[in-house]
Design a protein around this ligand. Structure first.
Ligand code: GAR
Length: 220
């Protein structure tokens, strides 16, 4: 089995990178990490990757006068590593249409909300302020508009009455760590097609029924 070569782009602690490292440790998982790349030399996730013997690269955005120069340097690292799928995992640089086009349909991102709700930053604070009963995360193909593009996998988590930002973020992050390996596996297995701007997943089991929050436990 030829495993799909991943380039994982991070800017920080890299817990989603770790989830992908753990998934790829299973020899039956259809992908492997070819390179972990960060725009910040102090990204904690680089230590996690290096500890596993995964090739690491640092491309500091400040070394480049403009976004495109930075992205061309990132692109070169990814191509040299033979990457087939780029996974943004807490990569906090907005990408230009040039980079998005160069990796069209081979570029996915994880975002900490149920898109299209709460694109952008501070998603957990905004979900609490809005009083939504469910929050979650999304893995999607990247398009030029920030936090848009065909959705591959979403996970919903309940928002509980005494949640604060930290508690809700931790619940969503645990869901992210399940979502990202699943999305990568589906893409690597060739089970995701993009049809009319939406991602269609073949042969995946659908969950049953509706989740209610709050649920009227007395009547169920
Ligand atoms: C994750 O929650 C990810 O969804 C988010 O950054 C965090 C990175 O954590 N990404 C974005 O907000 C992108 N817009 P990690 O470094 O521990 O994986």
């Amino acid at each position: 089995m030829e495993r799909l070569a991943l380039g994982v782009l991070i800017s920080g602690r890299g817990s989603n990178l770790q989830a992908l490292i753990d998934a790829c440790a299973d020899p039956t998982f259809p992908a492997r990490i070819a390179v972990a790349l960060s725009n910040r030399a102090d990204a904690g996730g680089l230590d996690r990757a290096a500890a596993q013997g995964i090739p690491c690269a640092v491309v500091p955005h400040r070394d480049h006068p403009d976004r495109e120069g930075f992205e061309r340097a990132v692109d070169r690292v990814l191509r040299d590593a033979g990457v087939g799928l780029v996974c943004l995992a807490g990569f906090m640089r907005v990408l230009t249409p040039w980079f998005v086009g160069a990796w069209a349909n081979r570029l996915i991102n994880i975002h900490p909300s149920l898109l299209p709700a709460f694109p952008g930053l501070d998603t957990h604070r905004r979900a609490l302020d809005a009083g939504v009963r469910f929050h979650g995360c999304t893995v999607h193909f990247v398009r030029a508009d920030v936090d848009s593009g065909p959705i591959v996998v979403q996970a919903a988590v309940p928002v509980l009455p005494d949640d604060d930002e930290a508690r809700l973020a931790a619940r969503v992050l645990a869901a992210e760590h399940r979502c990202y390996p699943l999305a990568v596996r589906l893409v690597a297995e060739g089970r995701v097609r993009i049809v009319g701007g939406r991602a269609v997943v073949e042969g995946a089991a659908a969950p049953r029924g509706a989740a209610l929050n709050p649920c009227d436990c007395a009547s169920s």
